[in-house]
Ligand binder design. Structure first.
Ligand code: ZN
Length: 274
């Protein structure tokens, strides 16, 4: 039987091992911090040469890393050309939630409402923490200052920034939930691009809002941090007008509800998924 198998299954094992070794290598670098969100993956030829594998194996690993939501590749170029790290591995719970999200396609309104609850709590927690590790968040904001980023890359890093704040809170359950929701957050913010007519102005506003959120956290001002993260989330949601109803306002953040970004509101779009 094994001899028949050897004939009918033509040597995929070496290929499998090769791309898995690339995957393991990159994952290890993400876990030990050699690579972190905002960094670029080494070029395909460099990885292939360093690890002694074929470039096709590197391409396969890059596809898997992208499917895992850990990297984002540039559209219109080679599979690993300019691939940018957007997240670090977050473990089984977020992977399960991500699968759930992919399979069920949560409603955007529910995702936004969940974000408002989770992220208001997150920024208040971090603002009240004695010495939170905000370096990963700051690094992501620095990465988002680059004018080289495509809107898609920018928004992938934006979603990663919000997950990084959850990580800074030290609450592993909330972090896993945010990491699990990251792809659906990214999904609706990317879909919103279709109705943004001035991306540069929007990107400038989002950068400023992120810096404002972080500044309030650093100042230990939980109230302002909550207000700013709330208006940041509802502002983009309103701007991209994925629904025509008012943005959701959970009781926990009702007191600070004040959507901004009115200069770019476009209320004409209603998507089929809503
Ligand atoms: Zn953001």
């Amino acid at each position: 039987m094994s001899s028949t198998d050897a004939v009918t299954i033509p040597a995929p094992v070496d290929d499998l091992r090769a791309w898995q070794s690339v995957l393991a290598h990159v994952e290890a670098q993400l876990l030990d911090g050699t690579l972190s969100p905002g960094d670029h993956l080494p070029p395909e030829r460099t990885l292939a040469a360093d690890l002694g594998v074929g470039r096709s194996s590197v391409r396969e690993a890059v596809r898997v890393l992208e499917a895992m939501g850990l990297i984002r590749t540039q559209t219109g170029s080679g599979p690993s050309a300019g691939a940018i790290i957007v997240a670090t591995p977050q473990g089984a719970m977020s992977a399960l939630l991500r699968l759930q999200v992919a399979a069920q396609g949560f409603r955007v309104r529910d995702v936004v409402k969940t974000r408002l609850v989770l992220e208001a709590a997150v920024v208040a927690d971090v603002a009240g923490a004695a010495s939170p590790d905000l370096e990963p968040s700051e690094r992501l904001l620095d990465a988002m200052d680059s004018s080289e980023l495509t809107p898609q890359e920018f928004l992938a890093l934006d979603a990663a920034f919000h997950v990084s704040l959850a990580a800074a809170s030290g609450n592993e359950v909330v972090t896993a939930m945010m990491a699990g929701l990251r792809s659906s957050i990214e999904g609706y913010v990317q879909a919103g691009l279709a109705v943004i007519d001035d991306w540069e102005a929007t990107a400038a506003r989002l950068r400023e809002e992120h810096r404002g959120i972080l500044a309030a956290i650093v100042a230990g001002d939980a109230f302002t941090a909550r207000a700013r993260v709330h208006s940041h989330i509802t502002g983009y949601y309103t701007q991209t007008a994925l629904v025509t109803e008012a943005p959701p306002t959970p009781e926990t953040t009702a007191v600070v509800a004040a959507p901004t970004g009115t200069g770019h509101i476009a209320l004409s779009r209603r998507t089929a998924e809503q």
